[in-house]
Design a protein around this ligand. Structure first.
Ligand code: SAH
Ligand code: SF4
Length: 438
């Protein structure tokens, strides 16, 4: 349930002589990377483990490891609920899996290691392998914000940044393998405070972006996730100077109600968020803004929800990851009185999503005729010799083109707008563009 951790684990295990198989029934080792951000994700772990138990009944030699945030939160309790598990490891002990498996064989007993050994993990993982022209690079781990509803600070530990040189070396290694687009990863990337190359001072996120921007071969930079409170003037100014920074930002707001934002302990208000977006749009007038919402936080009234809908109108979000509030054991909000019926919450969620979907459709229509810088990532799903590329604002464009373009950036004129994709032609191709516009 975590693409980045899974990819890093695959690299690590490949170095140990493991290869990936296509079905769990064929595996010698089954690793489940879990998520506990919402109850549903957490419960999926145990339903997956139920299925794995059947596989282990057939083949007792198979080893089962559980990693990620459920493992971190539950520790040994994973073994009491699923005694057929051999190894439990946390988000910060991923690199110790080979050692834990070895110990499991040697002692004949299940192993649990969910410590937070600071940033050791990154020093122990192999250099990243590029798979295509787009790659993720983790720049910081954990979170120290303690929003009242969230498990992350407890499961992944407090905020810790990787040294700037380590991040830059990793980006350069990926660029050397043909990567054109880097997504910098962390719970709050803009809280980044990494050791600067001079080893005496610390670098902030804006400075890191500037250095990544200078790496030859990197043509587009994205990041996720950032926090509104730390969306600094320096970061906004970076958008003016750094053209490789994608014209898209994902800035989770969670709610538009000041009362709810305070109860969530987000540390900002409706107007603060609006002001940050307004400043950003002074520098990048057409930037696309995506966000996250939690609907139905304990005590959310119709008036609070109306404030959220007002914010949506004011910002004109292009996309959102929105969920109904999920009570997480051990967080402060778990004890807040919550009287809103679930149906009401679901109805609010649908209402919110419908408005954002309508915004997105309108933004797509506005792209007709425009030339977009896109990363060509492969053949189009529908075939027919077409290629597929991704715009800055995360839309897939299908266009006719030379397969040699795959893995590079291309300028594409948008000629068609469909509900879920766009159609285009290479922007140099004047004849086809005119035909498309006609
Ligand atoms: N650090 C980021 C988000 C990390 S968690 C930030 O602060 O914005 C990813 C998303 O999961 C959050 O943005 C939030 O919308 C959602 N989320 C976290 N805890 C949740 C909970 N208890 N119930 C529902 N959604 C939750
Ligand atoms: Fe969770 Fe994000 Fe808040 Fe950290 S800032 S506690 S990750 S929601």
């Amino acid at each position: 349930m975590n693409d980045y951790d899974s990819a890093r684990l695959l690299d690590l295990m490949a170095a140990q002589g493991y290869a990936r198989v296509s079905a769990p029934e064929q595996a010698d080792l089954i690793v489940v990377i879990t998520c506990s951000i919402r109850e549903k994700a957490q419960e999926k772990t145990f339903s997956d483990l139920g299925r794995i138990r059947e596989i282990k009944r057939e083949n007792p030699a198979v080893r089962v490891a559980v990693g990620g945030c459920v493992a971190s939160q539950e520790g040994r309790r994973v073994l009491s609920r699923a005694p057929w598990v051999d190894v439990v490891f946390g988000p910060q002990t991923l690199h110790r899996l080979p050692e834990l498996l070895e110990k499991r064989e040697r002692t004949g007993r299940p192993q649990v290691d969910i410590a937070f050994p600071e940033i050791e993990k990154f020093d122990c993982l192999p250099a990243p392998c590029a798979h295509g022209a787009s790659a993720f690079v983790s720049i910081m781990e954990g979170c120290s914000k303690y929003c009242s509803y969230c498990v992350v600070p407890y499961t992944r530990g407090t905020e810790i940044s990787r040294p700037m040189m380590d991040v830059l070396v990793e980006c350069a290694q990926l660029a050397a393998q043909g990567v054109k687009e880097i997504t910098l990863l962390g719970q709050n990337v803009n809280a980044y405070q990494g050791r600067a190359p001079d080893a005496r001072s610390t670098a902030d996120f804006a400075l890191l972006l500037e250095y990544v921007h200078d790496i030859p071969g990197i043509e587009r930079i994205r990041y996720t996730t950032s926090h509104p409170k730390e969306f600094s003037d320096r970061l906004i100014e970076a958008y003016g100077r750094l053209p490789k920074l994608a014209n898209h930002v994902h800035l989770p707001v969670q709610s538009g109600s000041d009362r709810i934002l305070a109860a969530m302990k987000r540390g900002y208000t409706h107007d603060w968020y609006l002001e940050r977006i307004a400043r950003l749009r002074e520098v990048r007038p057409d930037i696309s803004v995506a966000t996250d919402f939690i609907v139905g936080f304990p005590g959310e009234t119709e008036e609070d929800f109306a404030e959220t809908m007002r914010l949506i109108d004011e910002v004109g979000f292009d996309a959102s990851f929105s969920f109904v509030y999920s009570k997480r054991p051990g967080t402060p909000a778990a004890s807040y009185p919550d009287e809103t019926p679930r149906e009401v919450k679901l109805e609010r969620l649908q209402q919110l999503q419908a408005v954002i979907d309508a915004n997105a459709a309108q933004i797509s229509r506005g792209m007709l005729g425009r030339v977009e810088r896109c990363l060509v990532f492969g053949p189009a799903k529908k075939g027919g010799g077409m290629l597929a590329a991704r715009t800055d604002n995360n839309r897939v464009v299908n266009f006719p083109g030379d397969p040699a373009l795959i893995g590079s950036m291309a300028s594409i004129r948008i000629t068609e707008v469909f509900p879920h994709t766009l159609g285009g032609v290479p922007a140099g191709d004047a004849g086809a563009a005119a035909a498309g516009e006609g």
